[in-house]
Design a protein. Structure first.
Length: 504
């Protein structure tokens, strides 16, 4: 019993003799000064018994434990051997969320999660009291997915806060929240959330199966789970959408998708995901359809510029200058007249410079990082032009590429564009426009072959599934809300009607 019991799959049950349980707990938590263990007597007169309490200082509310558990226990009325424990659990302790646990492993997991365990001599079980008071930051405005119009709250690192923010938006008994743990040592809590009448059973079963096969020491963030669940590890494109906005998660649930909240992570994963879901923003649905459609068109155009503009510039200036108008050709030639490096070197130099500035801006503190990103880009770019290392045209091309990548709402999706941009630069530098076209075809074929938990990644541009007309109403153009009467193809068949009456 003195060995680390987590290393065995054998179930260890609590003993009726409290001395045995105390010896195991003291050996287990030796040199753990944050674990509070206290032995005291409960009851009065002939009903006095030994009791033992254990909780984690900093994770449990010790004031609440003192006022609503220890004090009432010291004044427990007399009770016989048969109903002493039940009287303690049902009438004495002034708490609602109480459970009895006989398994040692389960009890320790709850204690390390912030709950308090109370053991009483003569009973082979413990009373687990919900006493969590975790060190958390408050609900703040979303930083990575900011909007002009719409809710300003965002998820934080608390699993329970995340489920509450979703439950606040969907007050429906069909909303199911199933909790479990993952990680042999971290015992990280996660919650699988779905609408029982909208989500497909095979999707839910597939996600549960994926989560059950991992035997890993610890999970610290949802990003680790996302990597494990991405079967095509060589693909830079994410097949699981992540969001820090509760309204986006609630909207996805009502489309028949499934959400996964991981404790200690401020981002929620959404299953499945398609190419165009990464280019949607929350405020698309809070603005007029004309404004939202214009913004989406800009995003799709920006995505093309973010991945292909530097490569296209290299292909044209190196191999196909006859395609350029004369005045533009003369302007480029004049800008490059004093530059000693070839075009490919210019572009790579500036692209790597912008990536360095971006990384530096992330690692430095907020105000200083913004200053480095803006001032550093201006100063270094101007210095490079004056030193005749690069031309002004290349600075404009690279700056426009960086600006276009920042218009993509999802960071992990934008990162894929930044990586593939260098792949297209290489193919264009070797084969010109033929290489550019070949690279774009390879990327297009790769995207067409991707699936996200059974859903084609490029839907509705590919696949002949039903509901294609409805899916295209919320595609590049976001048509008026009253026209989108049916839910997307993610939803369980037979439950796709979401507007039961025409409003026009």
């Amino acid at each position: 019993m003195n060995q680390h019991y987590f290393d065995t799959n054998q179930t260890i049950r609590l003993s009726e003799h409290i001395t045995d349980n105390i010896l195991v707990l003291q050996a287990m938590f030796r040199d753990c000064d944050d674990i509070i263990q206290n032995e005291f007597m409960i009851g009065q007169d002939d009903s006095m018994r030994r009791a033992y309490m254990i909780y984690v200082d900093g994770l449990a509310d010790n004031v609440m434990v003192q006022e609503h558990v220890i004090k009432p226990c010291r004044h427990i009325i007399s009770a016989n051997d048969h109903d002493f424990f039940d009287a303690l659990r049902c009438t004495v302790i002034e708490m609602v969320d109480l459970t009895e646990e006989t398994d040692f492993d389960a009890m320790i997991t709850r204690v390390l999660s912030g709950d308090t365990a109370l053991l009483v001599d003569g009973r082979s079980g413990s009373i687990l009291i919900s006493s969590k008071k975790l060190p958390l930051r408050g609900i703040e405005e979303a930083k990575m997915e900011s909007v002009m119009r719409g809710p300003r709250d965002s998820f934080n690192e608390s699993l329970r806060t995340g489920t509450a923010l979703i439950r606040r938006r969907i007050r429906d008994s069909h909303l199911k929240i199933v909790q479990n743990t993952i990680g042999d040592r971290s015992r990280t809590d996660y919650a699988l959330i779905y609408m029982e009448d909208l989500a497909k059973e095979e999707l839910i079963d597939q996600i549960r199966q994926e989560l059950s096969v991992y035997d890993i020491d610890a999970i610290y963030d949802s990003g680790m789970l996302e990597q494990f669940m991405h079967k095509k590890w060589y693909s830079p494109f994410p097949v699981i959408q992540s969001t820090e906005r509760p309204d986006k998660a609630a909207s996805a649930l009502l489309e028949g998708r499934v959400a996964l909240i991981t404790d200690n992570s401020p981002e929620v994963m959404l299953f499945p995901a398609t190419f165009h879901t990464f280019l949607q923003a929350s405020d698309d649905y809070y603005s007029q359809w004309t404004v939202a459609s214009f913004a989406r068109i800009l995003r799709y155009l920006a995505s093309i510029l973010a991945i292909g503009l530097p490569a296209f510039y290299i292909a044209i200036t190196n191999y196909h200058i006859e395609m350029l108008p004369t005045r533009l050709l003369l302007a480029i030639a004049q800008a490059r007249s004093l530059v000693t490096f070839p075009v490919i070197t210019e572009v790579l130099l500036m692209e790597l410079l912008f990536e360095l500035l971006r990384e530096a801006g992330i690692r430095l503190p907020g105000p200083l990082g913004n200053t480095i990103g803006i001032v550093g880009g201006l100063i270094v770019g101007q210095a490079a032009v004056e030193a005749e290392l690069v031309s002004t045209i290349v600075v404009i091309v690279v700056a426009l590429t960086a600006l276009a990548s920042y218009t993509i709402p999802n960071e992990s999706f934008a990162s894929a564009y930044r990586l593939l941009k260098f792949f297209l630069i290489f193919t264009s530098a070797v084969w010109g426009l033929y290489g550019f076209t070949l690279g774009m075809m390879i990327i297009g074929i790769h995207l067409s072959g991707l699936t996200s938990f059974g859903i084609p990644y490029m839907i509705p541009m590919v696949s002949a599934n039903d509901g294609q007309i409805e899916n295209k109403k919320d595609f590049i153009l976001r048509l008026p809300l009253y026209t989108m009467r049916q839910r997307p193809v993610f939803t369980k068949a037979g439950n796709r009607i979401r507007i039961k009456k025409h409003l026009r």
